[in-house]
Design a protein around this ligand. Structure first.
Ligand code: COA
Length: 355
C-alpha cells in the first residue's frame, strides 16, 4: 500500500515536470505575443501618421488641379487602407478610457475575436430589451397603484440600469463600436436624472408629475423594443455581409432594409422627444409653485437638454447614412479579405497536417 502511494507520487512528479515545461513554453509565447502586439500598434500609428501627411498633400495638389484622376484613385486607396487599419486594430488590445479606468482600474476589457465581439454586442441589446420589459411592467404597476416603496424601487432600477449601460457602452467603445458620444452622454445624464428623481421628496409637485412620468416611461420602453428590433437586424445583417461565404445579402440590400427600418422607427423616436420636451415644460411650470424643491427646475433643464441632444443627434444620423455607403463598402471588403486570409491559412495548415 505504502509503495503504491510512492509510485503514484513519482508518476505525479513526472506529470508536473511536463506541466512546468508546457507552462514555460506558454509564458515564452505570451511574451512574444505581447512583443508582436506592440509592434503592430506601432505600425498602425506609423501608417496613420504617413496617411495624414499624404492626405494633406493631396488636398494641396487638388487645389492646384494637378493629376486629378490619379489623385482620385489614390484617395480611394487611402480610404481602403484606413478601413484595413481599422480591421487590424480590432484584433489588438486597447487601453481603457478614463471612465473605465476609474471604475474598473486597469483591467483589460479588449475582446480580440470577432465572434466574441458580436456576442457581447448581442448580449448588450438583449440586456436592454429585458430591462425595458421589466421597466414597462413596473411603470404600469406604479401608474395603477401608488405605493412609495414600489415607486422608489422602480426609480432605483432606472439608476442602476443607466449606470450599467454607461459601463457596457464604454466597453463596447474600447472594442471598436462607433456609438456616438451623445448616446453615451445621454445615458450618463439619465443616470443623474434618475438619481435626482430618487431623492425628490414625496410632495405635491411629485404627485402632480409622477403619473406623467410613468406614462412617459411606458412609451419609452415600447420605443426601446422597436429600437431593439432595428439594432439587432443591423447587427445580424452586418455580420452576414462580412462573411465570405454569405452571398444572400448585398450592401444595396442592407441599405434598403436599413432605410425601411429607420423610416418606421424615426416617427416613434421624434414623438418620444416631443414627450421629453413636454416633461421639461411641465416641470418648468411646476418650478413656479411655492412649495417646489430644487429637484424640479434641475430636472426640467435636464429633460430639455435630453430633448435637444436627442433631436439634433437623430437628425444628424440621416445625412451620415448617405455618406456611410462608401465607408461600409471598404469595411466589408477588408473584413472579407481578412476572413479569406484566415480561411486560407487554416486550409493550408490542415493540408500540411494531412501530408
Ligand atoms: N444607444 C446605444 N448604441 C447606439 C445608439 C443608441 N441610442 N444608436 C446607435 N448606436 C450604436 C449602433 O449600434 C452602432 O454600433 P456598432 O458600431 O457597435 O455597430 C453605432 O452606434 C453606430 O450607429 P449608427 O450607424 O450611427 O446608427 P444606427 O443606424 O445603428 O441607429 C438610430 C440610428 C437613430 C436608430 C439610433 O441611433 C437610435 O435608436 N437612436 C435613438 C436613441 C434614443 O433617442 N433613445 C432615447 C429614446 S427617447
Amino acid at each position: 500500500m505504502t509503495e503504491q502511494i510512492f509510485e503514484e507520487w513519482d508518476e505525479l512528479n513526472s506529470d508536473f515536470k511536463q506541466l512546468e515545461f508546457d507552462n514555460k513554453a506558454y509564458l515564452q509565447q505570451l511574451e512574444q505575443l505581447h512583443g508582436i502586439q506592440k509592434k503592430c500598434v506601432d505600425h498602425i500609428a506609423h501608417q496613420r501618421y504617413r496617411l495624414s501627411i499624404i492626405s494633406k498633400t493631396i488636398k494641396e495638389l487638388g487645389k492646384k488641379k494637378i493629376n486629378k484622376e490619379k489623385l482620385t484613385e489614390l484617395k480611394s486607396d487611402i480610404m481602403k487602407r484606413k478601413a484595413q487599419l481599422y480591421e487590424v486594430e480590432q484584433t489588438l488590445p486597447k487601453p481603457n478610457g478614463i471612465y473605465l479606468k476609474i471604475i474598473l482600474g486597469n483591467v483589460n476589457v479588449s475582446i480580440l475575436s470577432k465572434e466574441e465581439k458580436f456576442k457581447y454586442k448581442d448580449e448588450y441589446e438583449k440586456f436592454k430589451l429585458i430591462l425595458s420589459i421589466i421597466g414597462i411592467v413596473m411603470a404600469i404597476l406604479n401608474f395603477s397603484v401608488r405605493f412609495r416603496p414600489l415607486e422608489l424601487s422602480y426609480i432605483f432600477l432606472l439608476v442602476w440600469y443607466y449606470c450599467t449601460l454607461t459601463i457596457r457602452e464604454s466597453i463596447l467603445k474600447v472594442n471598436g463600436s462607433r456609438i456616438r458620444g451623445w448616446w453615451r452622454l445621454h445615458h450618463f445624464l439619465s443616470t443623474v436624472a434618475a438619481g435626482i428623481l430618487l431623492i425628490w421628496p414625496d410632495n405635491e409637485s411629485w404627485s402632480y408629475f409622477r403619473n406623467q412620468f410613468m406614462v412617459f416611461n411606458i412609451y419609452i420602453s415600447l420605443v426601446q423594443y422597436l429600437q431593439f428590433r432595428y439594432q439587432r437586424g443591423v447587427l445580424y445583417r452586418l455580420k452576414a455581409l462580412g462573411e465570405r461565404h454569405n452571398m444572400d445579402i448585398t450592401i444595396e440590400g442592407f441599405h434598403s432594409w436599413m432605410w425601411r427600418g429607420l423610416s418606421f422607427l424615426l416617427p416613434f423616436l421624434f414623438a418620444g422627444y416631443i414627450f421629453q420636451f413636454y416633461n421639461a415644460y411641465t416641470l418648468y411650470s411646476l418650478s413656479y409653485d411655492h412649495e417646489t424643491t430644487w429637484h424640479v427646475p434641475i430636472l426640467s433643464f435636464m429633460f430639455f437638454v435630453l430633448f435637444v441632444g436627442n433631436t439634433l443627434t437623430t437628425i444628424s444620423v440621416i445625412p451620415s447614412k448617405f455618406q456611410e455607403k462608401v465607408k461600409l463598402q471598404y469595411r466589408i471588403m477588408s473584413q472579407r479579405l481578412s476572413s479569406q486570409l484566415l480561411c486560407r491559412e487554416t486550409e493550408e495548415e490542415e493540408s500540411s497536417k494531412q501530408d
